[in-house]
Design a protein around this ligand. Structure first.
Ligand code: UD1
Ligand code: UDP
Length: 400
């Protein structure tokens, strides 16, 4: 019997990071043939991740174009993926997360009668417009998926509320934690000498990332908040690895590019970014992946959004929603910079999103779907993460 062919489709930086552990696990597994397909929705930011994890996609649609509409992107992705599906005839398509690439991959697979597996299934804010278009994308993917790989029991519960069957849902953890643990095993130094210099000082670092489509109008506010904080706290270094979306740059740069204690960088390679996160005191972000990684490193996150589909770390007390209003961002960051007690309360390491075995559980669940193996027990986070002993350093210590 021919080995089942698993096609993993991805197109943006976070998808690449999150599918990398699964692609690697599939490549090692003799039961399957693995085909990695990139839509190229991102270019430079995706190349960085492919290089880091040593993944060369068998097909690359190279779809990135400045200023294309969501409909242009999705229709080009559907058309390109359809040809690849016809040529490769996969048994399963893995679609990760909630991007336009992920939605197109799921719909293209479904229309061709391929079993769709949704990795990172069941995340919901409950507001179809926020995040836009991601909340709608993940609901559409859910409708056509045969297997839902939920990262947490909360995400499984969201799917159960929408009447998806329990037997089609496996709680596997989030593969981003697998990727983070992998990155912690790499020897890394920063390409940027300014970041390298930071490793030998004890200056406090605030790491800032922003890119969300629904935040683009508010992004000047975010820039203005960083500017105000940088002036108010000249001894703190604010590092902004800016997303390559020109609209992000246009909104943020005018506020911050002339300040001595603000470092603007291009997007960092994953190993350097995770190392910088570990070196930081506070993370200001609207990113989904960063909301998942920073709590594992014991870093307080101020999430610049009104809501989140990742409530687990908010409940654990390490992520706080602060919205995009300049005054609120400045006030909440100031509290963490001024009050050791407030900082301490938010900086305990918690791992609600994974234990580094999410790829293994995902592959096992796919094997069961195809009748060639058994699932593993669901991921269940430890409620309290014990302070590690001498032989078991904190993940953030391994990365610094
Ligand atoms: C996309 C996803 C979003 C995800 C984010 C991760 C959709 C609708 N949005 O948003 O869910 O959180 O990726 O970063 O799928 N660009 C480059 N080089 C790159 C990448 C982007 O120049 O390597 C620029 C291009 O001008 C591109 C623009 O950024 O047109 C926006 O990229 P796009 O993929 O449309 O949206 P993101 O905001 O990145
Ligand atoms: N990241 C990175 N380099 C950077 C900024 C972020 O490698 O300069 C990683 C980060 O560790 C996380 C992912 O990119 O794993 C998040 O991507 P992004 O914020 O673009 O998208 P989202 O997660 O919000 O969809």
């Amino acid at each position: 019997m021919a080995r089942p062919k698993i096609m993993t489709v991805y197109g943006t930086r976070p998808e690449a990071i999150k599918v990398a552990p699964v692609i690697k696990a599939l490549e090692r597994d003799e039961r399957f043939t693995s085909v990695a397909v990139s839509t190229g929705q991102h270019k430079e930011m995706l190349d960085q991740v492919n290089a880091m994890f040593e993944i060369t996609p068998a097909h690359d649609l190279a779809l990135m174009k400045n200023g294309q509409s969501l409909n242009q992107l999705v229709s080009r992705a559907l058309e390109g993926l359809d040809k690849i599906i016809v040529a490769e005839r996969p048994d399963v398509i893995i679609s990760q997360g909630d991007t336009s690439t992920a939605m197109a991959a799921a719909v293209a697979g479904f229309n061709r009668g391929v079993k769709v597996v949704h990795l990172e299934a069941g995340l919901r804010t409950g507001n179809i417009y926020s995040p836009f278009p991601e909340e709608a994308n993940r609901k559409i993917i859910g409708q056509v998926a045969e297997l839902h790989l939920a990262p947490t029991s909360e995400s499984k519960e969201n799917l159960r509320t929408e009447n998806f069957r329990s037997r089609n849902i496996a709680v596997v953890g989030n593969t981003v934690i697998d990727a983070l643990l992998k990155a912690s095993s790499w020897e890394t130094c920063f390409d940027d000498p300014r970041l390298n210099a930071l490793t030998s000082t004890d200056q406090r670092v605030v790491l800032v990332t922003t890119h969300r489509r629904e935040n683009l109008d508010a992004m000047a506010e975010i820039g203005a908040a960083v500017q105000e904080l940088a002036v108010q706290y000249p001894d703190v270094v604010f590092v902004l690895p800016l997303h390559l979306n020109p609209r992000v740059r246009e909104a943020v740069l005018p506020h911050v590019d002339a300040l001595a204690n603000v470092m603007i960088t291009d997007p960092l390679a994953y190993d350097q970014f995770t190392r910088l996160m570990a070196r930081s005191s506070i993370v200001l972000t609207d990113s989904g992946g960063v909301q998942e990684e920073a709590p594992s490193l014991g870093k307080p996150v101020l999430c610049m959004r009104e809501n989140t589909e990742r409530p687990e770390a908010v409940l654990a007390g390490t992520v706080k929603l602060v919205g995009t209003d300049r005054v609120r961002i400045v006030a909440e960051t100031s509290i963490l910079l001024d009050s050791a007690g407030a900082y301490e309360a938010m900086s305990k390491a918690v791992n609600p999103y994974g234990d580094g075995k999410a790829a293994k559980r995902s592959v096992a669940a796919i094997a069961q779907l195809l009748g060639v193996g058994e699932r593993l027990p669901d991921f269940a986070p430890e409620v309290e993460v014990a302070e590690p002993g001498m032989d078991e350093p904190r993940l953030s210590d391994q990365l610094v």
